[in-house]
Design a protein around this ligand. Structure first.
Ligand code: HEC
Length: 340
């Protein structure tokens, strides 16, 4: 862990100004910490404290912003205003405001306590499958000074929830199949104004096949097809789905190009390794000779076929276990490994 704890502190004071400035004093502290007891487990915490005030007569402004997954935004300030008729809660403003034509006084406040929560899992239950799922939510239960009778609390009283799940499956080197699901739900609390609370919900499914390859040093995404479905978008998904399948079949044909590769992977690779160098646990234990060593390079195809059919030392015999045509193909595939 390079930087387990980071602290940032800011302070400012402004004074002797002829115009109102807000804030005149400010303090900001930001503390972040991370703790990683295991490679697969990270705890992270943030404390963010912002205090600012403008405490001169006729303004008396005070504000803070604190968050540590619980985020409290609060502000309180005196306001001089004019309205007809005057609100029942209006007080009498100081002479400076009366002279300016805004004779009513109110304490304007804004309170936005917000709670955040996130929980997420990343799993790889089998080698080529990656699962990533979790739940995020934020909830606000705040209020404000309502000088306008038609104003509604809106986002000051609301809940937002977004559970998600992502699946990724490695089909072949470079090829990944992906499926994502995201749900969005936003709902506002009871209104005090004339409009109904707003709410929306969304289901987003994404299906994609991705092919990535290396070109010099830049990784280039060759094809990425995405279909986003909601009830109104059903027509599009069928089309995008068909293109997705076309790309998928293209990838299958490109895999089938080298005959012998499949047999090699299924029957030989556990000892000889994907590169033919024998760097696997079984290959090392039995001393599987690298295919590019001079002893193997000088052997003819007939010699190699004989070894594969009859075995040699700890190398098992494959006669009767795989067809002669497959053995010929595997020998051709071994030559491609010898050239690498
Ligand atoms: C259980 C482990 C194992 C498996 C499976 C295996 N091999 Fe081998 N292979 C060996 C070992 C060990 C040697 C070294 C034998 C020696 O020189 O004594 C070897 C040697 C070879 C050689 C070099 C032969 C020579 O004359 O030096 C070739 C070619 C070869 N294997 C091909 C294959 C092919 C093709 C397959 C799959 C059809 C396969 N092997 C499966 C263990 C294995």
């Amino acid at each position: 862990m390079n930087n387990p704890i980071r602290l940032m502190a800011t302070a400012m004071i402004a004074d002797n100004s002829f115009t109102r400035i807000s804030p005149r004093q400010l303090q900001h502290y930001l503390l972040r910490t991370t703790y990683k007891p295991q490679t697969w487990l990270t705890f992270a915490g943030t404390t963010n404290i912002l205090e600012s005030r403008d405490n001169v007569q006729t303004v008396n402004h005070l504000e803070h912003n604190l968050n540590y997954a619980y985020d409290s935004v609060y502000s309180n300030t005196l306001e001089c205003y004019t309205a007809s008729p005057a609100l029942p809660s209006a007080g009498t403003a100081p002479p400076v405001c009366v002279a300016a034509g805004t004779p009513l006084l109110s304490t304007g406040y804004y309170n936005q306590p917000t709670q955040y929560g996130v929980i997420g899992f990343m799993l790889a239950p089998v080698k080529r499958l990656h699962v990533n799922a979790g739940y995020r939510m934020s909830a606000v239960n705040g209020n404000s000074d309502f000088i306008n009778a038609r104003q509604v609390p809106g986002t000051l009283q609301s809940q937002y929830q977004t559970p998600y799940a992502h699946l990724a499956f490695d089909l072949a080197p470079g090829w990944t199949w992906k499926a994502d699901y995201n749900y969005y739900s936003f709902g506002e609390g009871t209104p005090i104004g004339p409009t109904l609370p707003r709410s929306f919900r969304g289901n987003v499914y994404t299906l994609a096949v991705r092919y990535a390859f290396q070109l010099s040093r830049a990784s280039v995404i060759f094809a990425r097809l995405t279909s986003i479905r909601s009830i109104t978008m059903l027509k599009n998904i069928t089309r995008a789905g068909a293109i997705g399948l076309a790309v998928f079949f293209a990838s299958v044909t490109s895999l089938a190009q080298t005959p012998g590769a499949d047999t090699y992977k299924a029957k030989c690779q556990m000892c000889h390794g994907p590169d033919g160098l024998g760097n696997t646990p079984a290959g090392k234990a039995m001393k599987a000779i690298p295919f590019n060593s001079p002893d193997v390079l000088k052997e003819s195809d007939t010699d190699l076929i004989a070894v594969i059919k009859n075995g040699k030392g700890k190398m098992p015999a494959f006669a009767g276990k795989i067809a002669d045509a497959q053995i010929t193909d595997v020998v051709a595939y071994i030559h491609t490994l010898q050239k690498k």
